[in-house]
Design a protein around this ligand. Structure first.
Ligand code: ADP
Ligand code: MG
Length: 356
């Protein structure tokens, strides 16, 4: 239905999208997720030509909408768009807001546009607001009206750009319910959203956007339960990382401890849990420094990764002299401390990994 080939978008020198290629099929419900600023809105705005792409092709039913002489207006009507802010005309009644496009652009007669508008209001559960003005409605209601208004243009696909992020939390579900109904009715949609559970339930495809394009795509199960690429994993598992490099044998333990502590405090660790992490780190570091790397020091790279989703802490020590036997010569007290607080200790060439 829509084929996107090597789509690029630059704002001046800033390259936002680079060679994005994908296909959207009829009936697809694609949720787009990814960090803020990665180009999700830009991608959607390029699709319906609210932004002029720098290069590439967008084919709708085989027609390139970027080609010279393409009927942009008509093609744009095939793509409805629903924004974060509802953009209703405040001086027009709700039903007039909905009739405006069909009457002015599709040249429908007023009665027909009215009848259809009333049906759409029924679909979004707001028939009783037909003669109200936008200011009399809540945010959730306004967004449902904005959806009805978009549908009145009979689009082939509806693009939603964070449709619930301007809403009071209590109103999110009424809007999601309407979108879910559209999905069940077979509407083709692309939805930029931060509502991960919703995205997982409503979509058949997920695009994770990063690094100027669609970084990873797959089914909701693939992306949410088994992401493959590093940045997708970080995003999905909400992994926060703290790095420290021990560059000297007489390194500053106090500084090290206080950096870890302030990082873990941000992740809402209890004092007891922080102490356990520090204790284990200290034992490992002293073991490395004094038993094994003493003579011929080379820097130790320390990484702590905390996954908010799994509430899991992974610690890595990297050094080119680490080998499988490195902890064998530790004293018993040190080993018992390490073992008491770690669930998983793995020693390989160059790396010690442990889970706390
Ligand atoms: P997202 O929707 O994923 O948060 P956007 O598509 O809004 O990201 O923005 C992607 C990048 O493009 C950002 O760095 C943003 O600052 C930049 N950008 C977006 N719109 C414009 C614009 N009209 N002019 C210049 N830069 C822009
Ligand atoms: Mg955006």
């Amino acid at each position: 239905m829509i084929k996107i080939e090597n789509l690029c978008k630059k704002y001046g020198d800033l390259s936002v999208l680079e060679n994005v290629s994908t296909e959207i099929h009829k009936g697809d419900v694609v949720s787009i997720i990814g960090p803020s600023g990665c180009g999700k809105s830009t991608f959607m705005r390029c699709l319906n030509l609210m932004e002029q792409p720098t290069s590439g092709k967008i084919l709708i039913d085989g027609q390139d909408i970027l080609a010279d002489g393409a009927d942009v207006c008509k093609l744009r009507q095939k793509m409805g768009m629903v924004f974060q802010s509802f953009n209703l005309f405040s001086h027009l009644m709700i039903i007039e807001n909905i009739m405006l496009g069909p009457v002015n652009l599709l040249k429908k007669d007023k009665q027909e546009a009215y009848d259809e508008g009333m049906k759409l209001l029924e679909m979004v559960g707001l028939t009783n607001k037909a003669f109200a003005y936008p200011d009399e409605l809540s945010g959730g209601q306004k967004q449902r009206i904005a959806i009805a208004r978009t549908l009145a243009m009979h689009p082939d696909i509806v693009l939603f750009d964070e449709p619930t992020s301007a809403l009071d939390p209590t109103m999110v579900s009424e809007v999601l319910a309407v979108i879910r109904k559209l999905a069940n009715d077979g509407m083709t949609m692309m939805i930029v959203t931060h509502e991960m559970n919703f995205a997982k339930n409503v979509s058949n495809r997920i695009f994770y956007m990063d690094e100027k394009g669609i970084y990873e795509d797959g089914t909701p199960e693939q992306i949410f339960d088994n992401p493959q690429k590093p940045k997708t994993k970080e995003f999905i598992y909400k992994i926060r990382t703290c790095n420290y490099e021990i560059t000297d044998k007489r390194f500053d333990l106090y500084e090290f401890n206080s950096e870890i502590e302030s990082f873990l405090k941000k992740q809402l660790f209890s004092d007891k849990r922080i102490n356990n992490v520090l204790l284990v780190c200290e034992e490992i570091i002293f073991n490395l420094l004094f038993n094994n790397l003493g003579k011929d020091f080379s820097p130790i790279e320390f990484t702590l990764k905390y996954s908010e989703k799994n509430d899991e802490t992974i610690i890595e020590f990297r050094n080119d002299k680490i080998n499988k036997n490195i902890l064998k010569s530790s004293d018993e007290v040190a080993m018992s401390i390490i073992q008491k607080y770690t669930q998983n200790l793995n020693v390989e060439a160059n790396t010690i990994t442990l889970k706390i």
